[in-house]
Design a binder for this molecule. Structure first.
Ligand code: SAM
Length: 204
């Protein structure tokens, strides 16, 4: 999504810089960053297409302090084991290096948000369930709340204030729904389930 690429580009130090992307998925962001002049290592245990390396955060074999920045887009909530993986991330990002996070906050995702999503999602996405209670329960069952992720990161990084924003529009939705989600949040109809923050690796 171009909005995500713009956010990450703005938050990164200017190239040249060595960047780790955690949970890179199909590699779109990694390719955009490489095109912009960054030296990118993109990892995802489910990765199948280069440049994404099929490895989990805990298993990366990179030198300590070898990254100037790390980027994680809706991936840290999936990472297991969370504590050890965050510690590994802290090892490979140099002191003073930047962490850029884009997340979905399951703590804020309630039945109103689930129903808004169910009413608009692409046909065929049924594996989270077909009613709001089930969707919320299934997600809460297997993903880390942002509060848990940030508590682990705070052991190693100084976190900047987060910005809460839209998210649902880019979760298996037809295009063009970001303004509708923004309006629904502004009117109080649904909570803001997206959250973005940056952080700085503290000195070891
Ligand atoms: C919701 S997807 C997001 C993919 C992509 N960043 C995006 O924004 O479209 C979360 C990704 O995190 C990956 N992931 C899960 N556990 C991981 C781990 N331990 N280390 C790195 N990536 C992981 C998953 O395989 C999945 O591709």
């Amino acid at each position: 999504v171009s909005d995500v690429i713009a956010y990450v580009r703005k938050a990164l130090p200017p190239p040249p810089a060595r960047v780790l992307e955690i949970g890179a998925g199909d590699g779109d962001l990694a390719r955009a960053l490489a095109d912009a002049g960054y030296d990118v290592v993109a990892i995802d245990p489910a990765g199948t297409v280069p440049p994404v390396e099929p490895v989990a955060l805990l298993e990366i074999s990179e030198a300590d302090g070898s990254f100037d920045a790390a980027v994680a887009c809706v991936s840290l909530h999936h990472v297991e084991p969370l504590r050890e993986s965050c510690a590994r991330l802290a090892e490979v990002v140099r002191p003073g290096g930047r962490l850029i996070v884009d997340e979905f906050d399951i703590d804020r995702f309630d039945q109103r948000a689930a129903q808004w999503w169910l009413d608009r999602r692409m046909a065929g996405d049924d594996h989270h369930g077909n009613d709001a209670v089930t969707v919320v329960d299934r997600l809460r069952d297997h993903i880390h709340p942002v509060s848990v992720v940030t508590a682990e990161l705070e052991r190693w990084f100084e976190l900047d204030d987060p910005r809460r924003d839209t998210y649902l529009y880019r979760w298996n939705m037809p295009g063009g729904l970001e303004p509708a989600e923004r309006d629904a949040i502004a009117s109080g109809a649904i909570p803001a389930t997206g959250i973005r923050f940056t952080a700085t690796r503290t000195a070891a």
